[in-house]
Design a protein around this ligand. Structure first.
Ligand code: ADP
Length: 255
């Protein structure tokens, strides 16, 4: 519903790295409940945009409003506490923990005020917390990960590791989920499953923004798409609308 109130507003964001404007006056509004695609050629600023939104980068100028509050450059853990969760292009699961423990930590973190407290809370304490366990079990079942719960993520097939990463992001009970190239490295069947997973996440009330190179997936999954090129928004609309925008076609030639 494009008329729903925006859960995220990015207003005039510029991010400069020395001489390079990775983002140049980028604005976008994402209505609550939408699955928004962010696409663009390599180096167009997609990941930088996620890094600004999730508080990893302070923008050179401009602001980020999340759930009606100015949260520009708030620390990532504060944004997480406010209901924002993300995945990374390169998996960032805790390799020394099991799948279940990775999920437990994510649930626990969402309830912990300070990042240092969460870091100091030993895994042995988490292991004994029954409420956390019940909730971890729900997430594990929902994502079809029961048979892998006691294994280290590194022992799992790549596509399953990606599923664990999304499960971990959802375990934090976000209102907004940022997915950075979730289909990278997945086979056709895994992409189909991913598409279903993302839809079910949205149907449970979570707004989703997804950076994705797989155009088939973007076209079938996203309600609206924002197209970046050279750090600027060059088009925004339904997948069908942006696909026939000349500037978009031009930006992709030679990519
Ligand atoms: P995309 O995700 O669309 O491929 P990025 O956001 O990763 O694009 O990068 C946009 C531009 O910003 C690129 O030219 C990249 O080299 C540059 N860039 C990204 N992060 C940094 C950084 N930390 N320091 C310097 N340049 C960066």
């Amino acid at each position: 519903d494009p008329d729903a109130p925006a859960i995220l507003r990015v207003q005039g964001v510029t991010k400069q790295f020395r001489g390079l404007k990775a983002l140049d006056d980028v604005s976008l509004d994402v209505p609550a409940g939408e699955i928004r695609g962010v696409v663009g050629p390599n180096g167009s600023g997609k990941t930088t945009l996620f890094n600004v939104i999730s508080g990893l980068y302070r923008p050179t100028s401009g602001r980020v409003e999340f759930r009606g509050r100015d949260m520009t450059a708030h620390a990532p853990y504060r944004l997480a506490r406010a209901g924002m969760s993300r995945t990374f292009q390169n998996l960032r699961l805790f390799g020394a923990l099991t799948v279940q423990e990775n999920i437990l930590v994510a649930i626990d973190r969402s309830h912990t005020a300070e990042s240092w407290r969460y870091l100091l809370r030993p895994i042995s304490v988490l292991r004994r917390d029954r409420d956390l366990h019940r909730r971890a079990r729900e997430v594990i079942d929902r994502f079809g990960l029961s048979e892998f719960a006691g294994l280290a993520p590194g022992a799992l097939p790549y596509g399953t590791q990606r599923r664990v990463e999304i499960a971990r992001a959802v375990a934090a009970a976000p209102a907004l989920l940022l997915l950075d190239e979730p289909a990278a490295g997945l086979n056709g069947e895994e992409v189909r499953q991913l598409s279903e997973i993302v839809r079910s996440i949205r149907d449970s009330g979570v707004t989703v923004i997804v950076i994705e190179h797989n155009m088939g997936l973007v076209m079938s999954l996203c309600e609206r798409v924002t197209v970046l090129a050279g750090g600027r928004v060059i088009a925004e609309g339904t997948p069908a609308q942006v696909a026939r925008t000349p500037a978009v076609i031009e930006a992709y030639l030679g990519d």
